[in-house]
Design a protein around this ligand. Structure first.
Ligand code: SF4
Length: 346
């Protein structure tokens, strides 16, 4: 075992996390769901979502048989909904093409929807004890600091160096514990803003600690100004206080979630409204801004209160009249969640 791995494992035995819900009975299914939830999301946020998800979908056949709406409902509020759609699709692929059993070689696992090299490595290591490396955000930070690797890890040359070191440090035994230990070290000691170098088992060999500049690693993403998109949301309210919701297409932002009918400009929103409701008035609600990874969405909601007989706009299956507080089994977009809250007081 390398000196690096030995020190990490000794620290883990004393200080590592050993009671996370997915560490009990770590089957490939349970570890896979946790790894997908943990992409982009902190452990503390994930735990209640994970527990609810496991209560509803305790195994792969149950997840594969669920509807997309049911799965998205369990993801509501976690963000990055493509993770949930891929999870669902992946469960169906494993059921249909792999007799319901997870493949156990890394290349095949990486060919499944939504599973990259690090997630595949984590699953095979944590669930099956295979000698596989991972490179999630925590591990990137530890390795970039330990080896003082310059540059942004999103660049392929930097990423390649990080993978080389990740593989080089792997122990021959206790790989599952080592994988968890590296994640814990990054999350608990080598944190982004306050690395606790004095408590760190890697301090002796760490180049960034020796240089006194751990904050310089990993390199920052080159700055980029995000483009903006403007859209208009039509918020139709009937006399019963119900709001018209529309299911979004399965791909793209908020894919498969329920939101408001959306239009590229005010004229088109107005035209859609007056085609069915010639006398309705539109009121502007406060502008919403939603930041996504590739652009900022500026969404202008336009509220129209409809008369008694004007609820015929609904397209069955794609639209529904929603009453705040009543469960309907689908997931709501964050735009819809914000607006519904606002409307409660409007
Ligand atoms: S010594 Fe400090 S910078 Fe280096 S790995 Fe440990 S916590 Fe991170």
């Amino acid at each position: 075992m390398t000196n690096f791995a030995e020190r990490v494992l000794t620290w883990y035995d004393q200080h590592g996390r050993k009671h996370l819900p997915w560490q009990h009975n770590p089957t490939p299914y349970r570890v896979w769901v946790s790894e997908i939830m943990l992409q982009q999301t902190q452990v503390a946020t994930v735990i209640p979502y994970y527990q609810r998800f496991m209560a509803s979908f305790p195994d792969l056949p149950m997840l594969a048989a669920a509807s997309t709406d049911q799965v998205l409902k369990h993801w509501e509020g976690l963000g990055y909904y493509s993770r949930a759609r891929n999870l669902h699709r992946c469960a169906q692929v494993i059921r249909d093409q792999y007799q319901g059993r997870f493949p156990t070689d890394r290349e095949t696992v990486m060919s499944l929807p939504g599973i990259g090299r690090s997630t595949a490595g984590a699953m095979l290591s944590l669930a099956l004890g295979q000698k596989q490396a991972i490179l999630d955000g925590n591990v990137k930070r530890v390795l970039a600091r330990y080896h003082a690797i310059d540059g942004y890890p999103g660049q392929s040359a930097v990423q390649q160096r990080l993978w080389q070191y990740a593989e080089q440090h792997l122990p021959d035994q206790r790989n599952a514990a080592y994988t968890q230990a590296m994640m814990d070290l990054g999350a608990l000691l080598c944190t982004r803003s306050k690395p606790a170098c004095l408590l760190c088992p890697l301090r002796d060999g760490c180049q960034a600690a020796r240089q006194g500049n751990p904050h310089d690693y990993p390199g920052r993403k080159p700055a980029r100004i995000l483009p903006e998109k403007s859209r208009f949301a039509l918020v139709l309210r009937n006399p019963a206080g119900e709001i018209l919701l529309e299911q979004r297409p399965p791909t793209g932002i908020w894919g498969g979630l329920w939101s408001f009918p959306e239009f590229p400009d005010r004229q088109q929103a107005l035209a859609a409204l007056t085609a069915q409701h010639p006398v309705a008035d539109l009121h502007e609600l406060p502008l919403q801004v939603h930041p996504f990874s590739h652009y900022r969405l500026k969404l202008q909601p336009l509220l129209a209160d409809l008369g008694m007989s004007e609820t015929g706009i609904m397209e069955a299956g794609r639209q529904l009249w929603y009453k705040a507080g009543i469960e309907f089994g689908g997931g709501l977009s964050s735009a819809a969640q914000q607006l519904l809250k606002l409307l409660e007081n409007h």
